[in-house]
Design a protein around this ligand. Structure first.
Ligand SMILES: Nc1ncnc2c1ncn2[C@@H]1O[C@H](COP(=O)(O)OP(=O)(O)OP(=O)(O)O)[C@@H](O)[C@H]1O
Ligand SMILES: [Mg+2]
Length: 577
């Protein structure tokens, strides 16, 4: 085993530690299975040499009893062995899946920008599954087959060591192709699994972007894209299948050399009187029965190779270090007042700075509107305040605490976000509102909905607050969805609010209601709002005009509209009419 494999295996083994008892029981049972096989091979000798030759009635009648008894013992043990080990395998997978899921949630936004969600889904579903099949298979088969192998080999040597030497000359020869085949399988499985990731990514994109696909009539293009990825997957998998299918026949042919040689030499030994007929048949039985374990052990190595490839990809995600993490001495702050300071903040996603020397302050309860051309850095500013990323220079303070000095949990308790993208879960209306504050009572949920001007339309729904929203909330209008998200933020009741106003225009009535809901939400909170509505900039305490990642001007609407040429232009283009 290579060093890397050893490391992987060690980590896999660490996951089986809690289930060692199950594995131990299974191991004992597998000893019994192996023992039954060896006993069976051994009993061939007295059967031929004593029972058949002597013709003793009593022993002849005992033959079926022995056969059935042995089979029952073997069957029972085999059941225990498989059932226990498969359970252990499934429990291990459950743990790995839970770990990888919770770990991926801890990864920062930057990771999700770089990694398609389909890839992650494939790791959690397919790769972990592969690990399971192999973790269990490797353990079940390797343990049992090794015992059987050792037992039968010992019996063969015990019966006639010279004959055994002839038989085992061929063994090393058959191991070599198994190793080569194993390597090929691993290589192709790895590539195949990566394309399985692409396939999942296509699926994930298709179903979340189904509206765009239908609107632009690109069903055929998407089908072709899917077909292409699907075919690529098959291309790699075909090779795996080829090598998988080759393993057994190659071994069988190689084994036939052993059996042929044994029969030829063994018959000569019987004729010369060195061996009884019973001993020869017992010997041949053990060699033939050996073929099964050898075959399955080489297959185990193939499965093992597959699982190592999968484990590699799983641990790759588990080893990903979250870019944003609590410092070891991070403090948990209670509910803050809501004083926010950006102090000479510089930030770059990659190398080019997106924010340069960005400084603004917002006192408790103030509404700060961010305006600026597309790409100016507005979304970036509020992303930094949510600590999706850390600044590359300067610092951001909440109530005087540097964001990097406080726990993410306590920061997020203090910040509520209402995004343009009104994401709703496939859940009841009540639970969607309650999402921000899981312990909220029904009355609190209804109160939040009322303040968000959502109560009325919710009550008109067939099941009111218990109405289930379809996937991504397709059964609600844009304005209704916005108001649900606002209700969710109201219930959160955080002192700092981040608002990315929707750009899509609503009809006047809906717009008025959303505006009133927003006014309720912003009341007594420090609000950073990426403004797209006229009413927002009119009522803002402070408007920050951003250009190329820098603060160009700060002021109230009345002043800016007179003093700043960019603001004048933006005002005319974006906010008027
Ligand atoms: N994840 C990212 N990785 C690299 N660059 C990014 C990333 N997100 C944004 N950028 C870049 O940072 C700059 C600022 O983007 P930002 O999204 O903050 O602009 P914005 O002011 O919100 O624009 P808009 O009004 O169009 O939403 C842009 O040049 C953009 O290309
Ligand atoms: Mg933006």
């Amino acid at each position: 085993m290579k060093e890397q494999d050893r490391q992987l295996f060690k980590r896999l083994f660490a996951y089986s530690r809690p289930y060692l008892r199950l594995i131990f029981v299974s191991m004992i049972a597998s000893l019994v299975v192996a023992g039954a096989d060896v006993t069976m091979a051994k009993l061939v000798q007295p059967l031929i040499d004593t029972v058949i030759v002597s013709g003793d009635r009593y022993w002849i009648n005992m033959v079926p009893v022995f056969v059935v008894g042995l089979a029952a013992v073997k069957g029972g043990s085999r059941f225990i062995q498989e059932y226990f080990i498969k359970n252990a395998g499934q429990l291990i997978v459950q743990d790995v899946r839970n770990d990888i899921y919770s770990h991926s949630l801890s990864l920062s936004m930057g990771y999700y920008v770089d990694t398609p969600s389909g890839t992650l889904m494939s790791r959690i579903l397919n790769d972990v599954g592969y690990m399971q099949r192999s973790a269990a298979d490797v353990l079940v088969d390797a343990i049992r087959e090794s015992f059987t192998l050792v037992g039968l080999t010992a019996l063969a040597f015990y019966t006639d060591w010279r004959l055994a030497c002839v038989a085992f000359v061929v063994l090393p020869v058959s191991v070599l192709p198994a190793i080569i085949i194993g390597r090929k399988i691993r290589e192709n499985t790895r590539r195949g699994q990566r394309t399985m990731g692409n396939l999942t990514a296509v699926l994930q994109e298709t179903f979340s972007g189904i509206k765009v696909i239908k609107a632009f009539g690109t069903e055929r293009d998407e089908t072709n894209r899917f077909r292409h990825e699907n075919a690529t997957f098959y291309k790699f998998f075909k090779k795996v299948l080829k090598y998988d299918s080759a393993t057994a026949p190659v071994n069988e042919i190689l084994a036939s050399f052993g059996v042929g040689g044994v029969l030829w030499y063994g018959i000569n030994r019987v004729i010369s009187g060195a061996l009884t007929q019973g001993e020869l048949f017992s010997f041949v039985a053990s060699i033939v029965m050996l073929y099964g374990p050898v075959k399955r052990l080489t297959r185990v190595s193939n499965v093992f190779q597959k699982s190592m490839g999968a484990a590699e990809r799983v641990f790759e995600v588990l080893d990903e270090v979250p870019a944003i993490q609590d410092k070891p001495d991070a403090k948990s702050i209670p509910r803050c007042r809501g004083d926010v300071v950006f102090d000479q903040v510089t930030f770059a996603y990659e190398t080019d700075p997106v924010l340069k020397d960005f400084s603004i302050t917002a006192a408790q309860g103030e509404v700060v509107a961010l305006v600026g051309p597309s790409g100016a850095g507005k979304t970036t500013v509020v992303g930094l305040l949510s600590r999706f990323y850390d600044p590359t220079g300067g610092a951001i303070y909440v109530d005087g605490h540097d964001l990097r000095e406080i726990t993410l949990d306590s920061l997020r308790q203090n910040v509520a976000l209402v995004d343009q993208e009104t994401f709703l879960f496939n859940e009841t209306i009540a639970n969607n509102i309650r999402y921000s504050s899981p312990n909220a009572s029904d009355d609190e949920v209804i109160e939040a909905a009322r303040l968000a001007y959502a109560d009325e339309f919710i009550c008109e729904l067939p099941e009111g607050y218990q109405t289930s929203i379809g996937d991504r909330g397709v059964r609600l209008s844009g304005g209704q969805r916005q108001r649900l998200c606002i209700a969710r933020a109201i219930l959160r009741n955080a002192p700092i609010l981040i608002l990315d106003e929707a750009t899509s225009a609503l009809d006047t009535e809906s717009e008025t209601m959303v505006q009133k809901a927003l006014a309720n939400l912003m009341k007594d909170r420090t609000t950073f709002v990426i403004a797209h509505r006229l009413s927002t900039i009119m009522h803002a305490d402070k408007i920050v005009v951003l250009e190329g990642g820098m603060v160009r001007a700060v002021g109230r609407h009345g002043d800016l509209v007179e003093q700043d040429s960019l603001y004048q232009r933006l005002y005319q283009m974006q906010f008027q009419g």
